[in-house]
Design a protein around this ligand. Structure first.
Ligand SMILES: *Cc1c(COP(=O)(O)O)cnc(C)c1O
Length: 359
């Protein structure tokens, strides 16, 4: 059977049916319904965070975060992430300024941030890439010194913790994606987490057109999510611990089988960090090797994914170029291997053998 880089988890259909039955009883389909509020409550408990809003996807989560924090001018960001991190900045007519990544975790290099700050900079937005934490203390100190807001794109971080706290709880706002391909999903969906109740209220207004009943406060958008999506989240949340456990076993199998003399990978050795096994990235010696390995896997109907490629400072629709040599090099050689809850260890052996033969 064909093996893809990921496979969405689906709960037993009866469990989903049981939860959505209520929708037929109350005919409440969307607009902050009871299942949305129940999911928000359960997520806050699971993640141990004070304020969280469920939104329609992880991209609009970033956009309402930028709006609610009044970000203007330039925003310092990472070139090594999914394109949505950059496009949401551009979509808000802001200027992304790319700061290169560091070679240990492939997260933004906090030591390079200060030189990129100008009098137009108003924020730093970084991604916790593959679920590994940015240097949040360093970034916090820089932000305080220069009076900048901090947003984290935490799309990969569900279930990961740093110093005993959810990785979704740092910065002014951390966004998350609950897209079907993520560790925890609601088919489409996402969240914003913040520590400030006034900011939460602002985000809530932005989520729902900027008005409450007949009072129009600001120019909002529609970032709401539906009862059907919340129901999927309510089914999946109790399973996420097991899902992460399975992903750990699979990841450790890859760890033990792949030839690390010829491959690189981001490090998990970060003090105080527990991983959620959200991706299994490897970095080949060259782009030619990456293509050779990908072709060999595809012959066996195994499809890895170039995640992330291209480096975002090289997106074709940008009209400027900030060189980021580390990110450009890593993204030309990075490949995410198949990883999902029921990938068999036999398949991991097969995939690893094909890769090792082609290094
Ligand atoms: C998946 C992802 C997003 C986008 O999330 P959607 O819910 O698909 O809009 C944003 N940033 C990163 C890093 C992602 O991996």
């Amino acid at each position: 059977m064909a093996i893809n880089v990921t496979k969405s988890f689906l709960p037993p259909i009866e469990e989903y049916q049981e939860i959505i039955k209520g929708i037929w009883e109350n005919t409440w389909l969307t607009n902050n319904g009871p299942l949305v509020r129940k999911l928000e409550g359960q997520l806050k408990e699971y993640l141990d965070v004070e304020n969280l809003l469920f939104v329609s996807n992880g991209t609009i989560a970033i956009q309402i975060a930028l709006k609610a924090l009044n970000i203007t001018g330039e925003i310092i960001t990472t070139p090594f992430s999914y394109c949505a991190t950059t496009t949401s900045i551009l979509w808000e007519n802001l200027q992304p300024v790319f700061v290169d990544i560091e070679p240990k975790t492939y997260n933004i290099n906090a030591d390079l941030i200060e030189v990129a700050i100008t009098d137009k900079t108003s924020a730093i937005m970084a991604t916790h890439v593959y679920g590994r934490p940015c240097e949040v203390e360093k970034i916090e100190a820089i932000a305080q010194k220069h009076n900048l807001k901090v947003i984290y794109d935490g799309a990969h971080c569900f279930g990961a913790t740093y110093k005993g706290k959810s990785l979704l709880s740092f910065g002014d706002i951390t966004t998350c994606s609950f897209h079907a391909t993520k560790v925890f999903h609601t088919i489409e969906g996402g969240s914003v987490v913040c520590n400030n109740i006034d900011l939460l209220k602002k985000l809530e207004l932005y989520r729902s057109f900027g008005h409450k009943n007949d009072d129009y406060y600001m120019m909002g958008i529609n970032a709401k999510n539906s009862e059907f999506h919340a129901a999927m989240g309510l089914c999946n949340l109790p399973k996420v611990g097991n899902i992460i456990e399975n992903r750990k076993v699979i990841s450790e199998k890859y760890d033990s089988l792949l030839n690390w003399e010829k491959l690189e990978r981001p490090s998990n050795e970060i003090a105080g960090f527990t991983y959620n096994y959200s991706y299994y990235p490897i970095v080949l010696a060259s782009e030619e090797k990456l293509i050779q390995v990908t072709d060999a896997l595809k012959k066996e109907e195994i499809t890895p994914r170039r995640y992330f490629y291209p480096s975002l400072n090289q997106l074709p629709y940008l009209d400027f170029y900030n060189p980021c040599p580390v990110s450009e090099s890593i993204s030309s050689r990075a490949l995410s291997l198949p990883l999902y809850y029921d990938l068999s260890l036999d398949d991991v052996e097969k995939i690893s053998a094909i890769i090792n033969q082609n290094l």
